[in-house]
Design a protein around this ligand. Structure first.
Ligand SMILES: Cc1cc2nc3c(=O)[nH]c(=O)nc-3n(C[C@H](O)[C@H](O)[C@H](O)COP(=O)(O)OP(=O)(O)OC[C@H]3O[C@@H](n4cnc5c(N)ncnc54)[C@H](O)[C@@H]3O)c2cc1C
Ligand code: SF4
Length: 338
């Protein structure tokens, strides 16, 4: 591990000031991803700016009837918060499908958004990887790519974003509040993470001198008809091969509003508005769900070891939408350990 300096941010303005004046600095929150990356020599920060003492842990109601979640709220606090459990159970369910109880206790909301891909080659510094070292090549395209993307890929990178929580946040149309040297701004969740294109080293649109301060949830949490279904190689402690967040609003036996987002298939949580539009006005049955799945996967492209994901995703979409329509959401098999 590389030597690095350590400092603690006194407040958000100080955090921004510190990161803006040191290009080699990184914020550290729960450390559950960053410290691993440092041990693997993938990240070599010159300075760690500890943000854990900033007052960004609150989960509070907003004037418009939504919720504001501080960037340092631990994943477990968020998943088990009464307002989240009752009004945004899709978010709670997605968080509980991820990692382990101990990790969720440490992991922060902001850090979850900014966690990096789990592509094997990204972690293996002996191999070429455009995300880690721009221009070096992509080892996954012709390598072991079982866990890699099938949608939105580029010739430069076929990595996926590994978060479960972010899939639910995409479906719920959350917003990301950030602060930087010129003040605060809000980024729509859909615009936060990026596709790889020819700059796969950039995971998201957060500037290097900005900090995530909060996530804003709109009033509609789709609490009556939702489901988060995650398919993985092991039942716990594994990242998604394919996951689906589905949320429906039903009215008079038809779909009034639909949200559909996928994890484990692309460089960002994958939301397809054409599929959502096709569901609106339909009777919530298998034919409508299969049509939506077809639209989501229209441009899907499999590689040597992950082509199976296309049919898997199709089936998971249909099943998750069926669970949502029937109000029988997927139960996450975790115990409450805090
Ligand atoms: C074994 C294992 C299994 C896991 N399984 C899953 C899983 O199944 N599903 C899942 O979703 N996740 C999983 N995770 C990932 C885990 O959820 C993330 O590591 C965690 O959410 C990161 O949060 P953190 O606070 O620890 O971030 P850190 O490690 O502290 O930081 C991660 C990155 O975010 C940046 N950062 C942190 N906070 C901010 C902020 N407020 N503003 C700007 N930048 C910030 C840091 O600079 C760093 O680059 C797993 C992790 C491990 C180790
Ligand atoms: S898929 Fe992306 S992260 Fe994985 S080896 Fe290729 S460039 Fe690196």
């Amino acid at each position: 591990m590389n030597n690095f300096e350590y400092s603690r941010a006194a407040d958000v303005a100080d955090a921004v000031r510190q990161v803006a004046t040191d290009p080699g600095a990184r914020f550290i929150a729960g450390g559950t991803n960053l410290i691993d990356l440092m041990k693997y020599d993938v990240e070599r920060p010159a300075r760690l700016i500890d943000i854990t003492h900033l007052p960004l842990k609150a989960i509070e109601e907003t004037a418009d009837g939504g919720l504001r979640v501080g960037a340092l709220a631990p994943n477990s606090d968020l998943a088990y918060h009464p307002l989240i459990e009752t009004r945004y159970p899709l978010l709670s369910s997605a968080i509980l499908a991820g990692a382990s109880a101990q990790l969720r206790n440490m992991a922060s909301t902001g850090g979850n958004l900014l966690q990096r891909t789990r592509c094997f080659y990204f972690y293996d510094v002996a191999t070429p990887c455009n995300k880690r070292e721009p221009g070096s090549g992509c080892s996954a395209i012709n390598g072991i790519n079982r866990i890699n993307a099938i949608l939105g890929t580029s010739e430069a990178c076929i990595a996926t974003h590994p978060s479960d929580m972010c899939v639910a946040l995409a479906a719920l149309e959350a917003k990301v509040r950030v602060a930087g040297p010129s003040g605060e701004r809000t980024i729509a969740f859909e615009d936060f993470h990026r596709l790889p294109g020819d700059t796969p080293d950039r995971d998201n649109n957060l500037a290097a001198n900005e900090i995530v301060t909060a996530i804003e949830l709109p009033p509609n949490g789709f609490a009556a008809h939702y489901s988060y279904l995650k398919i993985r190689d092991r039942l716990s402690y594994a990242f998604a091969l394919v996951s689906v967040a589905a949320a429906l609003e039903l009215d008079g036996g038809r779909i009034k509003e639909a949200r559909l987002a996928l994890g484990g298939v692309a460089h960002k949580p994958w939301r397809n508005r054409n599929a959502e539009a096709a569901l609106r006005g339909e009777v919530p049955d298998r034919a409508a769900f299969a049509k939506a799945a077809g639209l989501v996967l229209l441009d899907a492209r499999g590689f040597s070891h992950n082509a199976f994901k296309i049919d898997l995703a199709r089936r998971v979409i249909i099943r998750t939408l069926t669970q949502a329509a029937n109000a029988t959401p997927q139960i996450q098999s975790v115990k409450k350990i805090r």
